[in-house]
Design a protein around this ligand. Structure first.
Ligand code: SAM
Length: 263
């Protein structure tokens, strides 16, 4: 566990980095991937290239350009009409907008982000996309401002690796999910052979590399939070032994039943 001082400093560094990325995107500039400006990697490893042409066609150009993710979580989450979706670290809004379209007017897509500049960018993109069922929330993914048992699907795209308290994020995900609810998350994940120091040799923390969990750390963390059907599947290598990955899990229906008083 890192010291509070280190954690606060790192969180502020992440916030500043993504505030700069949001302002650059608002000016029509790219995120500078491959540099220290945002998630590190080749152009095809991060951002809008991970979405189909059809999906990009559903988005304002500014939202697609602002994409800083390492996967396409809406594609893996198989969203249904009427569902409540929560996107952790929603950035410029690409996955919130796609989710809002998938769940339709009877559903809701929440986007949560701690960086005001990103929220402002997302607000503009949501208006331009013309979707009415999006709610953008300011806050930390370690302390989600939604009631327990209120969300059908938690998605996230290249954000959990940036958190300074991943155990808190996972426990919050388990709390806000409805019984039977699921996750469809894209993130950078390390092979188990890489110790934390070796991950840090391959890229920076704000660049989505140094803070990545290993595959077994992710699996163990999700299981410890009471989630089941956990899977972590690598999709593409972004650095030696580090991969874009799809993380899936489900909150058991029985979690409530187990807690209910025995008759
Ligand atoms: C790499 S960008 C990804 C943005 C978006 N998901 C996408 O695919 O384009 C990371 C985003 O997560 C946000 N973020 C990072 N750590 C966070 C935290 N602890 N709580 C809330 N938001 C966070 C940043 O402000 C930034 O918008």
């Amino acid at each position: 566990m890192m010291s509070i001082e280190t954690a606060d400093a790192l969180r502020e560094k992440v916030r500043q980095r993504y505030a700069e990325a949001a302002l650059a995107a608002a000016e029509g500039e790219g995120c500078g991937c491959g540099t220290d400006s945002c998630c590190e990697g080749e152009g095809a490893d991060f951002g809008e290239a991970l979405y189909t042409l059809e999906e990009r066609g559903e988005l304002p150009q500014a939202a697609a350009l602002a994409s800083l993710g390492c996967g396409n979580p809406t594609a893996v989450a198989e969203l249904l009409e009427g569902e409540v979706v929560l996107d952790l670290g929603s950035g410029g809004g690409i996955d919130v907008i796609l989710s809002a379209r998938r769940v339709g007017p009877s559903g809701v897509a929440y986007g949560l982000d701690m960086t005001e500049e990103m929220l402002e960018l997302a607000r503009r993109n949501v208006v331009q996309a013309g979707v009415q069922n999006v709610h953008l929330l300011r806050g930390a993914i370690e302390n989600i401002p939604l009631p327990s048992g209120s969300v059908d699907v938690v998605i996230s795209n290249c954000v959990i690796n940036l958190s300074v308290d991943k155990a808190a994020v996972i426990s919050e995900i388990a709390r806000v999910l409805k019984p039977g609810g699921r996750i469809g998350i894209s993130d950078v994940v390390a092979e188990d052979r890489l110790a934390a120091a070796q991950r840090a040799e391959r890229g920076s923390y704000v660049g989505c590399i140094a803070g990545a969990l290993s595959k077994s750390e992710y699996e163990t963390g999700l299981e410890a939070a009471g989630l089941e059907d956990v899977s972590v599947a690598f999709t593409h290598e972004v650095a030696d032994g580090m991969h874009g990955a799809i993380i899936k899990a489900r909150k058991p229906l029985e979690l409530h039943a187990r807690r209910a008083p025995v008759a």
